[in-house]
Design a protein around this ligand. Structure first.
Ligand code: MG
Length: 165
């Protein structure tokens, strides 16, 4: 533990597009011709944030807490999983200070949904929306994101030892 009792976390996730799936990002059901494939609702943004939190607290990752081989998590609401990760972080003695994130997607345009995503994610983690950043970028048609084969998301977070900040 640092002298300030601070920890930073980094999370990253990727999901492929699939036909016949809803597109759920930050808990928002976004109109699009395809959704992301996965065992849960495949909310790539919520998953990246969950891994940032768990990483900062050094308590594993989302795949360890919620294995995709477990039928209990089939089609799971990832905001519920994120909430459970936030609870685990608090149980380990940390407060969630701040979260920032970015989604890489060629389409659809995500900015109209940004504030709703921030509110949903903040509520799931039990922190104010002001402390949750969500950004989006294309990859200028490069790579798997640019070919619209899937999306990726990255997140960082700052935790403090309970009572120290
Ligand atoms: Mg995932």
């Amino acid at each position: 533990m640092s002298a300030l009792g601070l920890r930073c976390g980094l999370g990253m996730d990727v999901h492929a597009f699939a036909e016949g799936r809803k597109l759920i990002l930050g808990g928002v059901d976004i109109p699009h011709e395809r959704g992301l494939d996965g065992h849960s609702d495949a909310d790539v943004l919520a998953h990246a944030i969950a891994d940032a939190l768990l990483g900062a607290a050094r308590i594993g990752d989302i795949g360890k807490l919620f294995p995709d081989t477990d039928p209990a998590y089939k089609d799971a609401d990832s905001l519920v999983l994120l909430g459970a990760c936030a609870d685990a972080v608090r149980a380990a003695g940390f407060r969630i200070v701040d979260v920032d994130s970015v989604v890489a997607a060629q389409a659809p345009k995500l900015s109209p949904y940004r504030d709703q995503m921030r509110e949903n994610l903040a509520r799931a983690m039990g922190i104010p929306p002001e402390n949750v950043g969500v950004k989006a970028t294309t990859t200028e048609h490069l790579g798997f994101v640019g070919r619209e084969e899937g999306m990726s998301a990255w997140a960082t977070c700052l935790l403090s030892r309970e009572g120290e900040m």
